[in-house]
Design a protein around this ligand. Structure first.
Ligand code: GDP
Length: 528
């Protein structure tokens, strides 16, 4: 087997999808600890506390150093090389959160057992569905009273339209939480608060009818488990590996991240089940990771690492071939060759092989604004990876310029930030406004602060009454003209000149769609 094939086989690149407070940070830390990445685990926490304290731009700025190191967390576990890509939540929830999911091969979904499926999880799930990303589910906080496990599975199936296949089953919950029963290995892991399960905490129990069960967890919990498992045998979906890989089914685990309970089992299942880097679509053909020729794409840009240098880091996912420091690649949008010298290779604790990287790995390319989201680099062949779109914004603001003479600088700044994916910029058909669109509201604060710091533009912003945007397509020019005439106050061009429809809410969109059935409204748009 070639080194390339071996390196691909041991890689797992994934992101965590969850609603704020479900336990993503806690779980991330425990996963990193299993991987021996102790320093990183500390960084995840400190970043979060800082962002919690204030949404102030300067605080964000101060955290930049840490936020780059936690953007991609790489660790070893068993024989695997794992890349965990951060999906920012809380105040720093933004389009980046969505876009990171276009660069992963699978996802872990964390659900709070007390709350079930929440809004942000639903949104992130939609993005996973676009690429049929396989998902493993971890139901967290079993040490607290929550919803019944069966009700939780129903909730997931209902709200997320994905089949659930429980691979473990909780024994009690809250104060009565005794542990989990591994439905495949048929063994019980007994729960002790704040302690990873040790071999002696695991009891193989082939026959649940055995009185041993009553001795281990008490008669009530034992009876309950017997009932549950009998019920599951009739009602639950058996785990189907292919269906998981096709993203039609999610295996479900139960545990308590804060107590490090059920996390090792989750991680073991993850490395065994989750897919290694797979083929990726381009406009012209599908690229297999095993191809020797280097290819990849940019999915995120982080600006202003060092204000003195206008430095930017492009986060680049390798799709095929091997990266070696200093190699030359084709930057197809610009039609020129660039050298990959000044590159951060995100790596594990061991500082070996830092000058090479493989499919599934992420490298950070330092640049001064020459790289856009979606840019593809290859070693020669002209290709453009697809599936790294812009996502429809949900929050809108009108830019108010304090000094009208700043208009040129404003234009330049907004265009650059739109290209970086920091914010979306719209020009209405009627009037001279600039409208900003974002997925998370902190994006506005950052845009305004950057306009001032980097482009010398003093501007404010005011809220607008829009709640959604859709990109518009229509094959019939006559219908389109009529549509534009009737909806001119709701139409705008985005930074790449694409027609967009802005509406107050879903009801308005539905109404317009009824009036213009031949107009197509799109929630995502591929970059040019
Ligand atoms: P995030 O917002 O999804 O990153 O969530 P955090 O990891 O910060 O967790 C949110 C809160 O839930 C914190 O106060 C955690 O200590 C707490 N938490 C996380 N996991 C558990 C758990 O297994 N049990 C309990 N009781 N609390 C937990």
């Amino acid at each position: 087997m070639s080194t390339l094939v071996q390196e691909i086989a041991k890689r797992r690149t994934f992101g965590i999808i969850s609603h704020p407070d479900a336990g993503k940070t806690t779980l991330t830390e425990k996963l990193l600890l299993f991987g021996g990445a102790i320093q990183m685990a500390g960084a995840v926490k400190s970043r979060k506390t800082a962002l919690h304290a204030t949404s102030d731009w300067m605080a964000v700025e101060r955290e930049r150093g840490i936020s780059v190191s936690t953007s991609v967390m790489k660790f070893h576990y068993r024989d695997f090389e794992i890349n965990l890509l951060d999906t920012p939540g809380h105040q720093d929830f933004s389009e980046d959160t969505y876009r990171v999911l276009t660069a992963v091969d699978s996802a872990l979904m964390v659900i709070d057992s007390g709350k079930g499926v929440e809004t942000q999880t639903r949104k992130l799930m939609e993005v996973c569905r676009m690429r049929n990303t396989p998902i493993i589910t971890f139901v967290n906080k079993l040490d607290r009273d929550g919803l019944e496990p069966l009700a939780l599975l129903e909730d997931i199936e209902d709200k997320l339209q994905i089949e659930c296949a429980p691979l473990s089953w909780p024994i009690g919950m809250g104060k009565g939480f005794k542990g989990v029963y591994d439905l495949r290995q048929r063994q019980i892991a007994l729960f002790t608060p704040s302690r990873d399960t040790r071999p002696e905490d695991c009891v193989v129990l082939r026959d649940l009818a055995s009185p041993e069960l009553d001795r281990l967890v008490g008669a009530d919990a034992a009876a309950r488990l017997r009932d549950d498992v009998a019920l599951l045998q009739g009602a639950a979906n058996p785990f189907d590996f292919d269906e998981y890989r096709r993203a039609g089914q999610t295996p479900v685990f139960f545990g308590s991240a804060i107590n490090n309970f059920g996390v090792r089992e989750l991680l073991d299942a993850f490395v065994e089940l989750a897919p290694p880097p797979g083929p990726r679509a381009t406009l012209t053909r599908t690229v297999a990771p095993e191809e020797e020729a280097f290819t990849g794409f940019t999915f995120k840009i982080q600006a202003n690492m060092d204000p003195a240098h206008r430095d930017r880091i492009a986060f680049f996912r390798i799709c095929s071939g091997k990266f070696t420091r200093g190699m030359k690649v084709m930057h197809h949008r610009l039609g020129k060759e660039i050298g990959l010298g000044n590159v951060t290779v995100f790596m594990a604790q061991e500082r070996s092989n830092v000058d090479e990287a493989w499919p599934g790995d992420i490298i950070g390319i330092h640049n001064h604004g020459t790289i856009k989201i979606g840019d593809t680099f290859t070693d020669r062949e002209p290709l453009k990876f697809t599936g790294i779109p812009n996502f429809a914004p949900e929050h809108f603001r009108r830019v108010v310029l304090n000094n009208p003479l700043g208009i040129k600088k404003l234009q330049k700044g907004l265009l650059q930030m739109a290209e970086e994916g920091a914010v979306q910029v719209f020009r209405p058909l009627v009037g001279n406004d600039y409208i900003l669109g974002a997925v998370g509201i902190l994006q506005f604060e950052i845009t305004m602060a950057r306009l001032k710091d980097e482009y010398g533009v003093e501007a404010g912003s005011e809220p607008l009454n829009f709640g959604l945007a859709r990109w518009v397509e229509c094959e019939d020019p006559k219908v389109l003209a009529e549509f534009e005439k009737k909806n001119q106050f709701n139409l705008a061009y985005d930074a790449e000149g694409r027609l967009s429809y802005l509406a107050e809410g879903e009801w308005r969109l539905a109404h317009t769609q009824e009036l213009f059935p031949d107009v197509v409204f799109l929630k995502t748009r591929e970059s040019a």
